[in-house]
Ligand binder design. Structure first.
Ligand code: DP6
Length: 459
């Protein structure tokens, strides 16, 4: 029985100009406004997916974090998965070997059922873009499996978009724009790489995980209510986003952190204002989020310019962008006010050495005084601090990285057990084992999984 397996990883992305609202008239998960994001380093946060196709399989099946999920029902994500699969099967081409000989025709390949195993390495459904990475990874892996070639640049992103809107942006590294497009068939509602990760390699992100649990209002549902009830959202989509996007793109191209940072914070604030303007209102930020916002502004005020820029998605977690030269001091400042638990930094971060160095760094007394006016240092409000940087797009891994058994096409039990064992109570995760050469999962603290249940903003 012929069987083909592909394994890939995909990064998450955090928007600096937010997508919020679907264009119901056009459908196909098109947005009411264009958006832009920075792709984060998948060595720190990623989704990893293996997909096998075989004539022996009797059904399309999916395992998330070792648990089999329904793919046939009417759940939103079972439907989204089927949609992505159908679109990708439609683009299948013959699989060929190294010499160019056909080993499986496109028609055969597309008729085989698939087994999908997926996981990710960061808190799920907590506004940390797990569905973005998950669906981007699904589409990228299917593209490898089906030997797909894009008929036009960005075509795959139009399919990832139908899994989860923000997923289209995770198909590229660096700074990525999701152009809302105009065509009724939505083939132009796609992601475009504005500048790859090499353009601004000094860009860093510090993520304060304030709540790793499931969010109260799934983003799909939240944005629907916002579209229906928020006049501010309509105004934002019509009049604010386009000029702001142009200014953001220019700031990114010029590596002008002041401009980039200010626009990032303003856009996050406006997104959360539209949530408040939604009826009934949606609250994604909490008191700890607001303290993180104030501390960021205090840091910038003390420095006399914008060196740190927060942004929040559909959850309370803060993503703070900065440049490499300012990262350690910012980290020291945040660490002072959000100290690790008594057990130490090991389980508090993906970069213990970095946090240890930051904890030992003396803070300027005037900066400390400013912070003290805003918060009394206390452990527990922040569950984890991730440190990461701008990163590249999806990667294709070797056969030895597969999460599926090459002989049976079923999940590798040993690996699945390891993931389950490493699931932390708070859903905290560690580094991602994605460097193609790294095949040990024992060292990896896995937060939770995948793209169906875990959905960034929609579950
Ligand atoms: C606040 O992409 O999760 O993170 O298309 O319904 O799956 P669906 O929504 P999703 O929403 C993301 C919203 C956001 C902003 C952003 O990432 O641009």
């Amino acid at each position: 029985m012929p069987m083909f397996i592909e394994t890939c990883t995909a990064p998450t992305n955090i928007a600096v100009i937010k997508y919020w609202g679907k264009d119901e008239a056009r459908g196909l998960n098109t947005p009411i406004n264009s958006s832009a994001s920075v792709t984060l380093d998948q060595d720190d946060l990623c989704a990893m997916t293996s997909i096998a196709a075989s004539s022996d399989f009797v059904a399309d099946r999916l395992w998330l974090n070792g648990k089999e999920e329904d793919t046939a029902g009417n759940g939103t994500h079972a439907k989204r998965l089927r949609k992505c699969l159908a679109e990708m099967r439609g683009l299948a081409r013959d699989r060929v070997d190294a010499s160019g000989a056909v080993v499986c025709t496109a028609t055969e390949l597309a008729s085989y059922k698939v087994h999908v195993v997926s996981r990710n390495t960061f808190p799920t459904a907590a506004g940390l873009a797990s569905s973005a990475a998950g669906y981007a990874c699904l589409v990228h892996t299917l593209a490898k499996l089906y030997n797909v070639e894009e008929a036009y640049e960005g075509q795959l992103s139009t399919i990832a978009r139908q899994g989860s809107g923000s997923a289209c942006r995770s198909l590229y590294g660096g700074f990525v724009k999701w152009v809302k497009g105009r065509k009724p068939d939505a083939t132009d509602s796609m992601a475009v790489c504005v500048a790859d990760q090499a353009h601004w390699p000094e860009l860093r992100a510090v993520i304060l995980v304030i709540n790793a649990g499931k969010k109260e209002t799934p983003s799909t549902e939240g944005m629907q209510t916002s579209v229906e009830t928020s006049p501010l959202l309509a105004f934002r989509a019509e009049s604010v986003v386009e000029p702001r996007l142009a200014a953001m793109e220019a700031a990114y191209r010029a590596r002008d952190f002041e401009a980039f940072g200010k626009l990032t914070m303003q856009d996050s604030n406006q997104f959360h204002a539209t949530c408040l303007d939604t009826y009934p209102p949606i609250f994604y930020l909490n008191d700890v989020s607001r303290q993180a916002i104030r501390l960021c502004h205090a840091f910038n005020e003390h420095k006399g310019r914008i060196l740190a820029a927060y942004t929040f998605d559909a959850g309370p977690n803060a993503v703070i962008y900065c440049e490499a030269k300012d990262r350690d001091e910012l980290l020291a400042f945040m660490l002072h006010f959000f100290p690790p638990p008594r057990s130490g930094v090991e389980s508090y971060t993906n970069k213990p050495a970095l946090l240890k160095a930051a904890a030992a760094m003396p803070l300027e007394p005037a900066l400390l005084a400013k912070g003290n006016e805003l918060r009394t240092p206390a452990a527990g409000d922040v569950k984890m601090i991730y440190c990461t940087a701008v990163g590249d797009g999806p990667r294709t891994l070797g056969a030895d990285e597969a999460l599926l058994d090459a002989a049976t096409g079923f999940p590798l039990e040993q690996k699945l057990q390891k993931w389950q064992q490493t699931l932390g109570p708070a859903g905290g995760g560690g580094g991602c084992p994605v460097a193609p050469t790294v095949s040990t999962y024992a060292a990896v603290a896995v937060a939770a999984i995948g793209f169906l249940l875990v959905l960034k903003k929609s579950n």
